[in-house]
Design a protein around this ligand. Structure first.
Ligand SMILES: [Zn+2]
Length: 206
């Protein structure tokens, strides 16, 4: 495994040192020494370079819906990002290159890939049926819900892209079924973000 370098602001260097980070004087960078759990330093962990969506914090949204296969009720999960999250905008026409655009509205994220390890750890604890799986529809793998009863894949299209889907509430009554778990740590992924009126409904924070 290659060395994990950290993004430690100068003002937080003492804290990083206290937790066990080491200083590389030649490269002028703090890093995680071998044998130390990187999760101790998760707020300074770098996000993957190819990540198209990022945020300082995130919500894991949970709701309940009927499995299309066995017709039993199952929990479904999704990420909701608060205002202030950013998406990487590709700037092909200019020499300025790509840039991060800051959004002032919340977003849902679907077809999620490339989650950082500390987010995966949270998911394993809270949402074991939401995991990376291959979709024949998209011809690719993404973080996908599975029925808690029969294990069948529950694809993102119906719950995210169809009005009235589990994460596309059309009225307050539907939004009331969604519960948000708040995580105050960095988030990053590739995926499809959507902003819209369906996110203006009140949702319960657990
Ligand atoms: Zn089922």
């Amino acid at each position: 495994m290659s060395r994990i370098d950290l993004n430690v602001p100068f003002s937080e260097k003492d804290e990083a040192k206290l937790l066990g980070a080491r200083w590389d004087a030649r490269s002028k960078v703090w890093f995680v020494p071998d044998g130390t759990d990187p999760r101790l330093f998760q707020r300074w962990l770098p996000l993957e370079q190819d990540i198209g969506i990022r945020s300082d914090s995130y919500f894991l949204a949970q709701t309940v819906a009927m499995c299309w296969k066995c017709h039993e009720l199952t929990s479904l999960f999704s990420f909701i990002l608060p205002p202030g999250h950013e998406t990487l905008e590709i700037n092909e026409d200019s020499d300025d290159g790509d840039y991060w655009f800051r959004h002032s509205d919340p977003a849902t994220v679907s077809y999620v890939t490339d989650l950082p390890p500390h987010v995966v750890t949270q998911l394993k604890a809270v949402a074991p049926y939401y995991r990376l799986d291959f979709s024949k529809t998209t011809g690719s793998s993404y973080w996908m819900n599975h029925c808690e009863q029969c294990g069948m894949k529950q694809g993102d299209f119906e719950m995210h892209c169809e009005p009235g889907g589990a994460f596309f509430p059309m009225d307050q009554h539907a939004a009331d079924r969604i519960v948000l778990y708040s995580y105050r740590e960095s988030f990053g992924c590739n995926g499809s973000a959507s902003w819209g009126d369906h996110l203006s409904f009140r949702m319960r924070v657990a």
